[in-house]
Design a protein around this ligand. Structure first.
Ligand code: 13P
Length: 251
C-alpha cells in the first residue's frame, strides 16, 4: 500500500544554525508521537550534513531541494546526486515549479536528474502542476499529463515505483490560495489514472501523490481525507514547528 507522507520544503530559508535548530525542534516534536505518516524535511544543500547529524532518521527523513543533471565535472556551483546521497539524505525534490519558472528547468533536464537520483539511491519527490492561466483556460489536465509523460515515462515500472509525486498548482504556491479539496482530488485521481494507463493498476495504487500549495493545519485534514491525496509538500508552514506538526497530525 502507498504511504502517507508529509514533506517540508524549506526553499531558500534559514541559515545553517537556524535550520539545525528547526530540524531539532521538529525531530523532538515527533518523539513520543505516534504519527500516521512518514515525515520528511527537504533543506538547502548547505544544511544537509549538519541537519542529518542533528535528527533521528527513524523519525524524520531528509532530502535536498534539487540536484544537478550531470554526475560530476566542470559544472561550477552545481551539486550532484552522488554528493547529495553522500550527506545521508534519502530524498530529493525535482521539478519544483520555482526551478522550472526561474531556472529554466525542462522535461529533458528533469529526465536526467530523475535518472541520476534513482541511480544514487535517492527517492525523487517529483513536482508537477499548472499555472493560473492553464487552470483558467482548461488545459490543466493536458499540462500535468505532459509533464509526467515527458520526464518520467521513460522509466521502467520498477523505477517508477520508487517515485513520490507532488501535485502543486502554481497559483496556489505561497499565495494563500489553496486548491479546494475537490480540485485536488480531481487532479490526483487524474494523475493516478495516467499512471495506471502506462504502468498498470498496481503501480498506480502504490504511488504516493502529495498535494502542495498553501497547505496549512486548517486545510490539511480536508485535503488528506480525499482518497487520492496521500499527503502534502509544505512550503511556508514547514518553517514553523507548530504549523508543520499541525499538518503532520492531520492524518
Ligand atoms: P507553500 O506551502 O508556501 O504554498 O509552498 C508550497 C510549495 O511550493 C512546496 O513545495
Amino acid at each position: 500500500m502507498r504511504k502517507n507522507i508529509v514533506a517540508g520544503n524549506w526553499k531558500m530559508n534559514t541559515t545553517v544554525p537556524e535550520g539545525v535548530k528547526l530540524a531539532k525542534e521538529v525531530n523532538k516534536a515527533l518523539e513520543g508521537q505516534d504519527v500516521n505518516c512518514d515525515v520528511i524535511i527537504c533543506v538547502p544543500f548547505t544544511h544537509l550534513v549538519p541537519v542529518n547529524d542533528a535528527i533521528d532518521a527513524n523519525k524524520l527523513g531528509l532530502g535536498a531541494e534539487n540536484c544537478a543533471d550531470h554526475r560530476s565535472g566542470a559544472y561550477t556551483g552545481e551539486v550532484s546526486a552522488p554528493m547529495v546521497a553522500s550527506t545521508g539524505a534519502k530524498y530529493v525534490i525535482l521539478g519544483h515549479s520555482e526551478r522550472r519558472q526561474y531556472y529554466g528547468e525542462t522535461s529533458e533536464t528533469l529526465k536526467e536528474k530523475v535518472g541520476l537520483a534513482l541511480e544514487n539511491g535517492l527517492t525523487p519527490i517529483f513536482c508537477i502542476g499548472e499555472v493560473l492561466e492553464q487552470r483558467e483556460d482548461g488545459s490543466y489536465f493536458d499540462v500535468v499529463k505532459k509533464q509526467i509523460e515527458e520526464a518520467l515515462f521513460n522509466l521502467s515500472a520498477e523505477d517508477f515505483s520508487k517515485l513520490i509525486l507532488a501535485y502543486e498548482p502554481v497559483w496556489a504556491i505561497g499565495t494563500g490560495k489553496t486548491a479546494t479539496d475537490d480540485q485536488a482530488q480531481e487532479m490526483h485521481a487524474f494523475i493516478r489514472k495516467t499512471i495506471e494507463d502506462k504502468y498498470g493498476k498496481e503501480v498506480a495504487e502504490n504511488t504516493s501523490i502529495l498535494y502542495g500549495g498553501s497547505c496549512k493545519p486548517s486545510n490539511a485534514k480536508a485535503l488528506f481525507a480525499k482518497p487520492d491525496v496521500d499527503g502534502g509538500l509544505i512550503g511556508g508552514a514547514s518553517l514553523d514547528t507548530e504549523s508543520f506538526m499541525g499538518i503532520v497530525t492531520a492524518f
